[in-house]
Design a protein around this ligand. Structure first.
Ligand code: F6R
Length: 240
């Protein structure tokens, strides 16, 4: 596990964007695994700037980690909408190469199985970007998620519903379920970059890096992956 500590959010975002840029430079048809939430917003802004300067997404394929159940792609809190607003509309990626689980599929189990197959069909993920929950979840793999898990329907932890309620008008509006890539789906990526900023992530980062590898701390599984980089601001790294 390589750990890069930088002074602040801007630097963190720059570092991660540079890793993505390098990935696309060496493999223009890279398959990227993408995250949503507050943490990658700065990275996506930088990538949009890089795209204006010529970074070419035309051959890139993307798979997002997760999507809320019950929110259609045009719902402002859906992750499809987030990706459109924050990255896809600013880069030249063909939309048919952007994959996000469909949280309104009639058969959610079939949607999950099909998603996993699509990742395999694309040749697997070259570079997976991750944020981390304050409870150390990755994707929506909450504490207790099995390391062998693949894309599936998950119940969100109370703490996650609480954390994410800031994006919704009220706590009651936060979906309680999501489709999430599993721990195994994430661990199959060739390279993983986890980014975290802010003091409220410091405990989760400590447990991820220095604690035991346990499903109670989903991100701790990353200790077992051969090519992981953590890009942290000083606050997130403050307990290491
Ligand atoms: C989002 C995701 C989540 C977030 C995590 C941190 O696609 O999979 O694991 O990365 O909840 O969220 P923020 O960045 O909002 O603190």
């Amino acid at each position: 596990m390589k750990i890069i500590v930088v002074s602040d959010y801007e630097r963190m975002s720059e570092e991660v964007a540079k890793i993505v840029q390098a990935q696309i430079a060496v493999k223009p048809d890279s398959v990227l695994g993408l995250a949503t939430g507050s943490t990658p917003l700065g990275t996506y802004r930088k990538l949009v700037e890089m795209a204006k300067d010529g970074l070419d997404f035309s051959q890139v394929t993307t798979f997002n980690l997760d999507e809320y159940v019950g929110l259609a792609g045009d719902h402002p809190q859906s992750y499809r909408y987030y990706m459109e607003q924050n990255l896809f509309s600013g880069v030249n990626i063909p939309r048919e190469k952007t994959f996000i689980p469909n949280g309104t599929a009639a058969d959610l189990a079939a949607e999950c199985a099909a998603y996993e197959e699509k990742i395999k069909g694309a040749g697997g993920i070259d570079l997976q970007l991750l944020g981390i929950g304050s409870n150390a979840h990755i994707g929506f793999n909450e504490p207790g998620s099995e390391f062998g898990s693949t894309t599936r329907l998950v119940d969100l932890a109370e703490s996650t519903i609480e954390d994410n309620s800031r994006f919704f008008a009220s706590r009651e509006e936060v979906p309680t379920q999501a489709i999430s890539m599993g721990i195994k789906s994430i661990m199959q990526a060739k390279q993983i970059v986890l980014m975290a900023n802010g003091e409220n992530k410091a405990d989760a980062i400590w447990a991820t890096v220095l604690g035991p590898v346990t499903s109670d701390v989903p991100a701790s599984v990353l200790q077992l992956h051969p090519f992981v980089t953590l890009v942290l601001d000083e606050a997130a790294a403050s307990k290491l």
